[in-house]
Design a protein around this ligand. Structure first.
Ligand code: GTP
Ligand code: MG
Length: 200
């Protein structure tokens, strides 16, 4: 699939403020600084469509981008940043839980995970929650450029083994690097196939 155009639509503080739910929507979520906004820019070929930063906590709202006038990409604020007050964490949880549970046109969530680290409880808990809520998701391992090929493979195997403790069927997984444009074709092809299955 070719991305012909990508445009920012709006930032929302809650699900009820989001754009009309008339077209399919794909959301990106994961720990602060894992590379959500960078991945959206890489997929859309636009350096500054979604705002990125080396400081965690850059994305604070639910940000909608419209792609090819026919589907949305959504950049969400990250979780798990240590320097956040209890109240901010609770506000994040309320906003995100409500968005993920009620957004009618949300067809898939991409959970981004930094493949350099051992599986983290916060990510595993979030994945577990998505499963319990019946929200469809894929996993995208990010920053692959920071690891050698062997480590990418062995860390991915390790991650799968961890998930297999709780899951009979594993979610679809992608390897990505926004720096090196890795994973772009695979992720866009996946989105295209889901869009086509919805069309029929
Ligand atoms: P929040 O909005 O704060 O939750 O972060 P985010 O997940 O949107 O991360 P963002 O895209 O802002 O990227 C965080 C940092 O990681 C930035 O310094 C990026 O340049 C860097 N980064 C993102 N993707 C990659 C990647 O594929 N490779 C490398 N080497 N760095 C990356
Ligand atoms: Mg961001």
């Amino acid at each position: 699939m070719e991305i012909k155009n990508a445009a920012f639509v709006k930032s929302s503080t809650q699900e009820s403020d989001c754009p009309e739910a008339t077209i399919p929507e794909y959301a990106f979520i994961g720990r602060s600084n894992v590379g959500k906004s960078s991945l959206i820019n890489m997929l859309t070929n636009r350096k500054k469509l979604a705002k990125t930063s080396s400081t965690p906590g850059k994305t604070q709202l639910i940000n909608h981008f419209i792609i090819n006038d026919s589907w949305y990409l959504v950049d969400l604020p990250g979780y798990g940043w240590a320097r956040v007050s209890k109240k901010s964490k609770a506000d994040w949880k309320r906003m995100i839980d409500n968005y993920l549970k009620t957004r009618e046109n949300l067809v898939n969530v991409f959970v981004l995970i930094d493949l350099r680290h051992e599986p983290q409880k916060i990510d595993l808990d979030f994945i577990q929650w998505l499963g319990e809520e019946g929200i469809p998701f894929c996993i995208v391992f990010t920053k692959a450029d920071k690891l050698g090929k062997t480590r990418i493979q062995s860390n991915q195997v390790n991650y799968k083994k961890t998930l297999e403790k709780n899951w009979e069927e594993l979610p679809r997984m992608f390897i990505s690097s926004s720096e090196q444009k890795v994973g772009k074709r695979e992720i866009l092809e996946f989105i295209d196939s889901v869009n086509q299955s919805i069309d029929q």
